[in-house]
Design a protein around this ligand. Sequence first.
Ligand SMILES: [Cu+2]
Length: 339
Amino acid sequence: MISYLLQDPAKPVHAMAEGVDQYGQLTKLASTFSHVDNLFYFTYVVCIFFFVLITGVLFYSVVKYRRKTFDQPAVSNRTHNTPLEVVWTVVPLIIVMVMFAWGWKGSLDMTVVPADARQYKALAKQWNWTFFYPNDAVPSSGELWLEVNKPAAFTLESSDVLHAFYMPSMRVKRDVVPGRFQTVWFQPTTEGEFHLFCAEYCGKDHSQMYAKVHVVSADVYRTRPWDTWDDKNPKKGGENLYKSLCASCHTINGTKLTGPTWKDLWGKQEQVVEAGQIKTVTVDEAYVIESIRKPDQKKVVGFEKANMTAFDDKVIDEKRVKGIIEYMKSLSNAGSEKK
Ligand SMILES: [Cu+2]
């Protein structure tokens, strides 16, 4: 979140600012979830009504029946009123059952996916989101593209701990539970940029577990804006892939994150553990390819306990791997011939 705010200092946004008009009223950005707002307003009105009623009666009684002189006898010594007690038990019971049934129906609607929905997968891990699109399109991390007026269904998966998929503007929130597939869907009805947060405290960088959601027209969606590959500039393509898929664990400035930095990585003599043996390897094409496809084969010394996601060739095909290598070379003295 903080890094997002820094990226866009011109318009700092608050989580609750979207889906709310200038009067603080909730606005509809997703067609299917007006029931969330209606239920919210219903609960709100009920709460205000009973707050005014109960505190009103209370104040009235306090003033009206106060002891006016020190020796004034009690006005009444009534201790029970059965009809009144039945009323104030049954009426609230009926009201909360209405809220329950309403909420229950809404939560069912959120998981029963319409047949024409587009199927996405959101993979949550400490501490970022990766999105997989239908038809094996390259995935994206930290940013998601959706088509306006097209139902979007998500399978939610976690590769470590509990997270929660939370888009306040679309009125969806669903826990992401390790070892279990969760489903949620919604239909965005307004083009624009929205927020996706992790709403389940999941460790140190929980607050950074943020994704920007672009809701775009069908024409823009068709161009696959998340796929920035350009055959003429593989290094640039590699850099984009780095940003969307690798930057959450690898830096390019020498700092350690979950994984080793890529600064001066290319051509380096790396100490690795393979099958329990420590050995030295040169970081070359074969080693990088192996690191991407089978990250557990050789573990970098000092990172034995950390895990990297494996990427198969549906996600990063041959030419994209080459692009990543081009980019990696540019980060290293050994890699750039000019130096
Ligand atoms: Cu999380």
